[in-house]
Design a protein around this ligand. Structure first.
Ligand code: HEM
Length: 419
């Protein structure tokens, strides 16, 4: 008798359109209907396996079983990641490049980041007090862009900030878009790669001197395993791998404001300036709201997991959103409840808004601590340092369009500093 299980299969030629139509819910919907944490489908004309849940994340992050080279669709490389960056590396090359990223995530550098973040929020509140209305998503992107450049040591002129903010935003807003909105992202990437590339060349020529140990400095002088400097294009892709995602924190800041608005009882708990509660609140925002729906990899070599056969080369999607809403991991997953993190023991595979597993050995987000620190400062400003009104507007958000952003982008009026 064979001990290989038949994987539930979605019949049909291709389901890429369903994926676009159902967005964050595509995998979860089928996990429910098949009553299975795993199923087979066809995406972009190829067989694909979708998995979700704790055990699924654990196997997905086993680097003996999965690889990243050539896994991401071209549209993601052309907008979100760029080419030859850390996301598509495997094995020793990945480990070495990832160390370069993790070397700038030390406690002293994170402290510097929170100081910069506080200063930028101070300036923003001063500015917003003079404004009739504030579109939080757009303003937060600009604040984040300023923080990102300053922290990474990337010199940016005042008259370049707005364009750079828009370009970095377009890179992550355009991945799942079609037509002109997708091309906006491609053009933005080409433009920013050229701009950062020129800065890198100037650093190497001694014409620009970024602070030692800043991301720009580290990445410009990083040597690969053969002892060579990264070529300009690759170094630019990696510097952008710092700038772009810091701007993307604006999405979580928007959802933070939304949570404060919808769950106003939470505000009271935050007023005590309890650092632990702020951390729990931020974690719940990252768990509850949609951001990246899934991550992709290719099966490295044939293996069997839970009786299911994974064949070499098969595209595999790990459900991030669904795992963060998995009732087997989370009690009442669709309830916004920061308190759930009070006794949370931490899990590298059950809570995966920014990927899972080990930071150094696998592809887990290099910027998770950065995200949490920046969100905590931002939460303190939104909850404790300023007053504002939230006028009538469409605060709903989609579970289809990726990335999801509240439709009104969160408009604030009558912003005043709290005395
Ligand atoms: C805005 C919130 C963020 C979200 C939702 C997010 C999410 C993710 C996800 C899902 C991955 C892929 C994990 C995988 O492939 O298994 C990732 C990778 C990565 N993220 Fe983030 N991220 C965020 C912020 C940041 C920040 C602020 C930085 C840098 C300062 C950053 C840098 C990176 C890098 C370099 C990788 C590639 C890691 C690797 O391939 O080894 N991210 N992120």
């Amino acid at each position: 008798m064979s001990d290989i299980n038949q994987m539930p299969r979605e019949e049909g030629i291709d389901h890429s359109l369903s994926l676009m139509r159902e967005g964050y819910m595509y995998i979860l919907n089928r996990r429910h209907s098949f009553n299975s944490g795993i199923f087979e489908t066809r995406l972009l004309g190829k067989k694909a396996i979708c998995i979700g849940g704790n055990g699924a994340a654990e196997v997905f992050y086993d680097t003996e079983k999965f690889k990243r080279k050539n896994a991401a669709p071209n549209r993601a490389a052309q907008t979100l990641f760029g080419k030859k960056g850390v996301q598509a590396l495997d094995g020793q090359n990945h480990k070495h490049r990832k160390e370069m990223f993790m070397s700038i995530m030390s406690p002293d550098k994170l402290k510097k980041l929170t100081d910069i973040t506080k200063k930028q929020w101070e300036l923003a509140v001063d500015k917003w007090e003079q404004m009739d209305k504030v579109i939080l998503y757009e303003e937060a992107q600009e604040i984040m862009c300023r923080i990102a450049c300053q922290w990474a040591g990337v010199p940016v002129q005042e008259n370049e900030v707005k364009r750079l903010t828009k370009d970095l935003g377009a890179m992550f807003e355009s991945v799942a878009k079609v037509g002109p909105n997708h091309w906006l992202g491609r053009n933005a990437r080409n433009h920013v790669e050229k701009w950062v590339g020129e800065i890198i060349d100037k650093v190497r020529d001694g014409k620009v001197n970024p602070p030692e140990n800043s991301a720009l400095h580290r990445f410009v002088w990083h040597r690969d395993l053969e002892g060579n400097l990264l070529d300009t294009e690759t170094a630019a892709v990696e510097v952008i791998n710092i700038l772009r995602p810091i701007v993307a924190i604006a999405i979580f800041i928007n959802f933070t404001a939304l949570a404060l608005h919808h769950f106003s009882e939470e505000r009271k708990k935050l007023e005590s300036h309890d650092e632990k509660y702020a951390q729990m609140f931020v974690q719940e925002v990252r768990r509850f709201y949609p951001f990246f729906p899934f991550v992709v990899a290719l099966v490295k070599k044939d293996f069997t997991w839970n009786g299911y056969k994974f064949e070499e080369g098969t595209l595999t999607l790990l459900d991030l959103y669904g795992t963060n809403h998995d009732p087997e991991i989370w009690e009442n997953p669709d309830l916004f409840s920061p308190d759930r993190f009070a006794k949370w023991k931490g899990s590298p595979f059950g809570f995966i808004p920014q990927g899972g597993g080990d930071y150094f050995m696998g592809h887990r987000c290099a910027g998770e601590w950065v995200t949490i620190e920046v969100m905590k400062v931002s939460l303190d400003y939104l909850a404790n340092q300023m007053e504002y009104e939230v006028p009538n507007q469409d605060l709903s958000y989609s579970l289809v369009s990726m990335p999801s952003i509240p439709h009104s982008k969160v408009v604030l009026k009558n912003v005043k500093r709290k005395l």
